[in-house]
Design a protein around this ligand. Structure first.
Ligand code: TXA
Ligand code: MG
Length: 310
């Protein structure tokens, strides 16, 4: 049996499998196995009232977990799945309280990564319905975009029979756009690669653009944060790490961590650069945030949260 078939079998036997997606790596469990799902929370150190996203192989499988799907959500699913977008939909009774935190809605996504799709299809072939998976990091930490980062985050917490699948560097690099589809008009709960403009174009519905940098800083707990202090849009000093667009020069004594030449590359490199800062034991990382709309909104959202400190 190949690695992926073994992993699908392991999931059905109640083990955890960390797997790559195009956004970040996920820590997966059979979405119908309460014991396995509860282990996700203990491995992550995550409060159990935070609901999980269910990953599925096809639109057919979505209706196992979600019902009363509005037309605009179907349009989004057909346009952007497989892809970096999670839809929040009214749940069926198959979406149990241990997945949704007792909410009447459920988050569902078809990821766009060949290995993840292969795993989901083999899991479905064996009779599984969906894989519940949060990002494969300890609660509040930076999401992993490589298998090595998964090992660094949760390797010690995993059991002997749990698996980590190697699938290279996540292409998008930041978590999926979360769209609340339980209302008249779609609403972005977490910005990502799929932008408000794209959603408006596909659905023909107006929506509000969420930009967390507009919210009062410090009103939410820190998230996506490395050990190093993350400082936004100030002058780096000697000994600091620097993440900035390619055109920004590196001052003397400053350690350049990334020089992306586009916003997409910025997102792709962001988390691995923050991890590199910790590996170098840097006390501070200065990030020159990208301006404007598109995926820059999602990058600023994550950086705002990372900069709130511990
Ligand atoms: O890109 C991603 O979405 C990655 C990959 C692995 O798919 N997953 C991910 O999962 O980022 P997680 O658990 O780290 O973040 C999911 C977020 C949480 O903040 C959770 O509160 C929210 O989605 N969420 C899940 N179900 C929800 C629901 N029914 N209503 C509102 N928010 C929900
Ligand atoms: Mg997460």
């Amino acid at each position: 049996m190949g690695d992926i078939a073994l992993a699908a079998k392991a999931l059905l036997s109640g083990e955890l499998v960390a797997f790559p997606t195009e956004t970040v790596y996920g820590l997966g469990a059979d979405a119908e196995n309460e014991k396995a799902v509860s282990r996700i929370y203990s491995v992550k150190g995550r409060p159990t009232n935070h609901p999980l996203i269910i990953h599925v192989a096809s639109l057919d499988q979505v209706s196992f977990f979600a019902k009363d799907i509005p037309d605009y959500a179907l349009a989004l699913a057909k346009r952007y799945w497989p892809g970096p977008m999670t839809l929040i939909l009214p749940r069926t009774e198959n979406s149990r309280d241990f997945l949704t935190g007792g909410q009447e809605s459920v988050g569902v996504r078809i990821p766009n990564h060949p290995l993840a799709l292969d795993l989901l299809r083999k899991f479905a072939f064996l009779g599984g319905h969906g894989i519940a998976a949060p990002s494969a990091n300890r609660f509040g930490q930076v999401s992993p975009t490589t298998a090595k980062a998964v090992i660094d985050e949760i390797g010690k917490q995993l059991g002997e029979k749990d698996l980590i699948l190697e699938g290279g560097i996540s292409e998008v690099g930041i978590e999926s756009t979360i769209v609340d589809c339980t209302r008249e008009n779609p609403k972005i709960l977490r910005p990502g690669f799929i932008t408000a403009e794209m959603i408006e174009l596909t659905t023909g519905k107006q929506m509000s653009v969420v930009d967390s940098s507009l919210r009062a800083s410090g009103s939410l707990p820190s998230h996506y944060a490395p050990k190093a202090l993350v400082v936004l849009d100030s002058e780096p000093m000697a000994g600091d790490g620097l993440i900035a667009k390619a055109e920004t020069k590196t001052p003397a004594g400053v350690i350049r961590l990334a020089s992306p030449s586009s916003d997409e590359e910025f997102a792709h490199l962001l988390y691995s650069s923050l991890r590199a800062a910790d590996e170098l034991n840097l006390a501070r990382v200065v990030v020159q945030t990208p301006e404007g709309t598109g995926i820059a909104i999602a990058i600023r959202d994550r950086l705002e949260k990372a900069s709130r400190g511990r």
